[in-house]
Design a binder for this molecule. Structure first.
Ligand code: PRT
Ligand code: ZN
Length: 300
């Protein structure tokens, strides 16, 4: 059963912004790995799930070509590949299953400081440097703009200074790089974060069961990240008000308190962060002995 074709392969960025978060996420799902000498492969020790460590740009292609069953990669890379395949008359053979809440950034249009910009129409007949040719082409088309796309494989932000482009289209997170290059963000092409993609190819039943199991664990890990377990005591007649104040909780458990007919204990899973203001509001509504605890694991 443990031969190669029964093992799941997950494509993960080898060395970059997503690597540490991706490996951490998989470890939180209970997976343990041994890395190969060439560091391109991680063998799953406790489950038949292996990792392929590659450049992020290759991840959608590896899932599309069915070399890997799952991949963790930025939405920007996934959509760029999807549009490239469509442009070539092909169709992406993967689907997005989760957003994983790291790698947040946006693909933006930036203009040199001082250059006028009041909307996409100002891009008409201009040159725009980017590594994201397909996403930019799609954006220009949607905005009925005719512009020249100049491909840069890296260091896009220097294109205007080199006289190679009038504007750029690149990833931005803090905005520091744009600022350092006398550029300003003027429009957003795509909001992005890391996502999990899954092959569209039907899998053998044993493999599918394993993919379902790992996706369920991932879902659990992502859900508990913000979730808290909250315990408090409350007057029975303030229950409705108190339950309404609990952030993102469904059906709290209400337990009678020994020796008291008018007070109860309330236990609830809150799927959003619990801030001090929430606790103060609960206290004002009559809650006492408030306790907020992190949740380590959750299986729906
Ligand atoms: O070698 P490999 O091809 O795997 O790595 P890479 O160099 O292509 O990618 P990497 O590791 O830089 O980024 C991987 C993914 O992280 C991207 O595809 C995005 O989904 C996501 N991400 C999040 C970012 C950024 N934030 C980001 N700020 N990717 C790149 N940047 C770059 C951007 O290109 C620009 O040069 O950082 C600079 C801007 O950052 P700020 O903070 O100055 O705005
Ligand atoms: Zn890359």
């Amino acid at each position: 059963m443990d031969s190669n074709e029964h093992r799941i392969k997950i494509a993960v960025q080898k060395n970059g912004r997503l690597t540490e978060h991706s490996l951490d996420l998989l470890e939180r799902c209970g997976l343990k790995f041994t890395q190969s000498k060439d560091q391109l492969f991680c063998y799953g020790e406790n489950m038949p799930i292996d990792l392929l460590l590659v450049r992020d740009d290759d991840i959608p292609g590896l899932v599309h070509d069915d070399v890997c069953d799952l991949g963790i990669v930025g939405l920007n890379v996934v959509q760029e590949k999807r549009l490239a395949l469509e442009h070539a008359g092909d169709e992406a053979l993967y689907k997005q299953v989760f957003e994983v809440d790291f790698g947040h950034c946006r693909l933006s249009i930036a203009a040199p400081d001082g250059a006028e910009y009041s909307g996409p129409e100002d891009l008409n007949n201009k040159r725009i440097a980017t590594s994201y040719v397909n996403l930019l082409r799609d954006y220009l088309k949607k905005n009925s703009v005719q512009a020249e796309i100049v491909f840069f494989s890296g260091a896009v932000e220097i294109a205007p200074k080199l006289g190679k482009a009038d504007y750029i289209c690149d990833l931005v997170s803090t905005g520091g790089t744009l600022k350092a290059n006398a550029l300003r963000e003027v429009g957003t092409v795509l909001q992005s974060e890391a996502i999990i993609i899954q092959t569209l190819k039907p899998l053998a039943a044993s493999k599918q069961a394993l993919v379902d199991k790992i996706l369920q664990r991932l879902d659990g890990v992502l859900q508990v990240r913000e979730s808290k377990y909250i315990m408090l005591n409350a007057p029975r007649d303030a229950l409705e008000k108190i339950c309404a104040l609990l952030p993102g909780s469904e059906a709290p458990t209400v337990v009678p308190l020994e020796g008291s007919s008018d007070r109860v204990a309330v236990h609830a899973v809150c799927r959003e962060n619990v801030f001090w203001e929430t606790l103060e509001n609960l206290k004002s509504a009559g809650a006492t002995s408030l306790l907020v605890m992190p949740i380590e694991k959750m299986l729906a």
